[in-house]
Design a protein around this ligand. Structure first.
Ligand code: NAD
Ligand code: ZN
Length: 351
């Protein structure tokens, strides 16, 4: 267990753990219809065994749900279920349920505990950990939110069995990212075992998820509210990656695909700047390909508009792009680079 992160293969003791954060014995489970039918009964059973009365609140699936309207719906369901400050909200699902449910918990009655029960690989290794919660505006993604640390993160690896393969591959981009930014041993484990099956047979998936969760919570612990810029290293691959996602209107590439291509672009920039060995870039590209992720863009993109989008990145200072660049597998630095260097990265991933 890393702090309050539990990695198991069932929901059996979830209720007992939740009872510690919800002394008044009430909880609202925020989830999607599909996940309700898959896991709703097991979660409710575990809660009721521990004396917790719970209600389910269903959100439609997908990013379009992550908005203030959905948050208001959750507040109303909290009132209806009689949730007070001694109660908790439980987000059962991927990053969408986690971010939306987390933001509702951060603000309902000025804040009640949130228990994250992530069921996608991405949510297990990334979005459920670190306390960032929030929703989208029509104008921009993740623009309204709050920092609200989960009181408990319950990772049941068995839920990955039902996760569609493309969602699993999406999460794998973040997993490989953690290896490159912080842990050579994790990277080597991945090289030896990718493609990893979704079924958590044996202990590879347990080791991989727990290494990633430890890296994320370690980095977040150093800079909980992004005050000192230490969380920036988690954005490896996300600088060009976000620009590619935005340029394609979030339809051309999934988040994982865009991050994968973004890592290759940043990797090449590091090689060109003499910071990283070309062999290590090739190793990373091989690993991404074996995991089912792209290393080049599917279609050529025009450079000038993409660069304009890049300059809207949160890490930008004085209009100079800042990139997370590897110096060896397991270590990165954050550096301002010239327009020319940034564009070399983009050229490298053009088909
Ligand atoms: N808060 C953070 O720090 C943070 C970090 C990264 C991403 N995010 C956010 O996370 C969101 C993306 O999360 P995601 O990739 O988990 O997507 P998601 O929550 O939309 O889940 C993907 C799909 O998989 C389905 N699903 C989930 N678990 C399943 C299971 N076990 N079996 C079958 N189907 C299952 C969902 O219903 C959904 O259709 C984005 O909104 C992003 O902004 C937040
Ligand atoms: Zn990401």
């Amino acid at each position: 267990m890393i702090d309050n992160i539990v990695i198991v293969k069932d929901f059996d003791s979830l209720g007992t753990a939740v009872a510690k954060t919800a002394p008044s014995g009430r909880a609202l489970i925020v989830t999607h219809p599909k996940l309700k039918s898959l896991y709703g009964a097991a979660v409710k059973k575990s809660l009721s065994k521990a004396g917790i009365r719970s209600e389910l609140h269903l959100l439609p699936e997908g990013e379009k749900t992550k908005n203030l309207g959905a948050v208001e719906g959750i507040y109303r369901a909290c009132v209806k279920a009689g949730l007070d400050r001694g109660s908790c909200l439980i987000a059962l699902g991927g990053g969408v349920a986690g971010d939306t449910g987390g933001f509702a918990a951060a603000t309902y009655l000025r804040g009640i505990p949130i228990v994250q029960v992530p069921t996608t690989l991405l949510a297990m290794v990334d979005s459920s950990i670190g306390g960032k919660t929030g929703v989208d505006l029509k104008e921009a993604k993740n623009y309204v939110g709050a920092f609200h640390q989960p009181s408990l993160v319950w990772i049941n690896l068995e839920t990955l069995r039902t996760l569609p393969q493309k969602e699993f591959v999406n999460g794998m981009a973040e997993v490989i990212k953690y290896g490159v930014i912080a842990n050579l041993k994790l990277f080597e484990t991945l090289e030896a075992s990718i493609p990893i099956p979704k079924s958590p047979v044996g202990d590879v998936l347990t080791r991989v998820v727990s290494s990633c969760a430890a890296i994320k919570s370690g980095v977040v612990g150093l800079d909980e509210k992004e005050t000192f810029g230490l969380r920036e290293i988690l954005n490896f691959g996300h600088t060009w990656g976000h620009a590619m996602e935005t340029f394609g209107n979030y339809r051309s590439y999934s988040h994982g695909q865009a991050v994968s291509i973004g890592m290759c672009a940043a990797g090449w920039m590091a090689v060109r700047l003499g910071l990283w060995k070309k062999e290590d870039l090739t190793r990373m590209e091989n690993l991404l390909s074996c995991a089912g992720l792209p290393v080049k863009l599917a279609r050529r993109v025009p450079e000038a508009p993409l660069f304009k989008i890049l300059l809207r990145d949160k890490k930008i200072r004085r209009s100079r792009p800042r990139f997370v660049l590897p110096v060896k597998i397991g270590k990165v630095v954050v550096k301002e680079v010239s327009r020319g260097t940034a564009l070399e990265g983009l050229k490298y991933v053009q088909p």
